[in-house]
Design a protein around this ligand. Structure first.
Ligand SMILES: CC(=O)SCCNC(=O)CCNC(=O)[C@H](O)C(C)(C)COP(=O)(O)OP(=O)(O)OC[C@H]1O[C@@H](n2cnc3c(N)ncnc32)[C@H](O)[C@@H]1OP(=O)(O)O
Ligand SMILES: O=C([O-])CC(=O)C(=O)O
Length: 373
């Protein structure tokens, strides 16, 4: 029998979802029906998190209640702080995040409790606590003590405060918030699908999220925002971009931050994130980096006709915000926890075990020899 192999599940429609719609033909993206660019222009990440989980934008009162729940759950327990502080200083921050998520599952007596309400509570707690985890990890890598969360600051401002012990200018906080909105959700991407596969076995939400973190770490997926910055730093200056690209392409290297499985004519989120990056350039006076960014893009698109994805502008934007390069993908986790868990809820509500088939191309059946020889 010859089966048609759909390598990488490319083009395969696996299930339905009401969380977001990625339209290949028009390069557009909506969350629960709202265009992501409009959400980025008019709303905060907190509004968008609420929308992704509840299907509708919050009223003032609903938002206030939601924010209060997030603010009151930011603290993590001392044992988790000690666990993070005890990890090797040079381990990847995504391993720290994954370890912390697994820990939170281990200590939650409700980890295996089923039901929409119990699972939404777990998701909201992860959303509230991931920034604290990422910030403590940043500070320990710099030999600094943790900064406790501040209840009277919004989500984004509090994160900056916990990382840098100060809140930057409003424009910087806003650029960060925009990036969180754009990173929040993207249909059946590899990490979300990983979360859905794990959920399909009726495993718990923490296990699904820990698996999704692992999938996001890879440079072909979320790890690309980190890889973009490393690449731009290696290229160094705009005048070196052309030769660098030629050399990389001659080695058949993938150029980080370009290309996408779904969008073939440009990622719907890039114009908005590019604008946020330009705003950061204006704040920091980093025109050399903008010059390199533009030249590199022009040279690469000119050669290959492959366009930037969201990780191309977000990497250098996070750099200008002052974050360590290795911290970029954990920041992606802080946003994507909303989308992942919304998909986990959908999978739980209408489950079928995800278990595809394979076409065997190994040895024909043979007899086990009597001796080792
Ligand atoms: C938030 C996100 O996760 S967005 C994605 C972030 N990832 C990256 O930026 C990593 C770099 N990009 C890539 O590796 C790819 O574009 C992917 C993995 C994102 C998408 O890959 P696919 O849909 O499988 O596309 P595929 O790999 O089949 O590419 C088609 C062709 O374009 C080429 N191509 C695609 N992206 C790139 C790239 N970034 N650099 C060089 N060539 C590329 C491939 O080599 C392939 O060429 P070929 O037909 O001559 O073999
Ligand atoms: O959709 C994808 O394959 C990757 C992506 O852009 C995302 O997860 O945001």
């Amino acid at each position: 029998m010859t089966e048609e192999i759909k390598k990488g599940l490319a083009g395969v429609v696996v299930d339905t979802t009401a969380v977001s719609k990625v339209v290949q033909e028009t390069n557009s993206l909506t969350y629960r029906g709202y265009p992501v660019q409009e959400l980025a222009a008019k709303r905060s990440f907190e509004d968008v998190a609420y929308l992704i989980w509840n299907g509708e934008l919050p009223t003032e009162a609903q938002l206030a209640e939601f924010q209060e729940r997030e603010r009151s759950q930011r603290e993590i327990d001392d044992k988790l702080v000690d666990l993070i502080l005890g990890l090797p200083k040079d381990c990847h921050p995504m391993h720290v995040v994954q370890t912390a998520v697994a820990y939170l599952g281990a200590v939650d007596p409700e980890a295996d409790t089923e039901g929409a309400e119990a699972n939404l509570a777990k998701a909201e707690r992860l959303y509230a606590q991931l920034p604290t985890i990422v910030a403590i990890d940043h500070r320990r890598r710099h030999g600094l003590d943790p900064v406790a969360p501040t209840k009277d600051l919004g989500y984004a401002a509090n994160f900056f405060k916990m990382v840098f012990d100060e809140v930057p200018a409003e424009e910087v906080v806003r650029c960060f918030d925009v990036s969180m909105i754009l990173y929040a959700e993207h249909s059946f991407n590899a990490s979300t699908f990983t979360g859905r596969v794990i959920t399909s076995t009726t495993s718990d939400l923490y296990s699904a999220v820990a698996g999704a973190v692992g999938a996001l770490k890879g440079p072909l997926h979320g790890g690309a925002n980190e890889a973009v910055m490393a690449m731009l730093e290696e290229v160094g200056t705009a005048d070196r971009a052309s030769a660098w690209i030629d050399e990389a392409l001659a080695k058949k290297a993938k150029i980080m931050g370009f290309g996408h499985r779904v969008y073939k004519n440009g990622d719907s989120r890039v114009p908005t994130m590019r604008k946020a990056f330009e705003d950061m350039v204006a704040v920091k006076g980093a025109n050399d980096l903008l010059d390199l960014y533009n030249t590199f893009e022009e040279e690469f698109v000119g050669r290959k006709g492959i366009y930037p994805n969201l990780d191309y502008p977000s990497g250098p934007a996070y750099h200008l915000m002052g974050f360590d390069t290795e911290q970029f993908t954990p920041i992606f986790v802080m946003a994507r926890i909303t989308g992942w868990t919304a998909h986990i809820f959908e999978q739980q509500a209408n489950n079928a075990l995800i278990r595809p088939l394979s076409a065997y191309d190994g040895e024909d059946q043979r007899e086990v020899p009597d001796n080792r020889g």
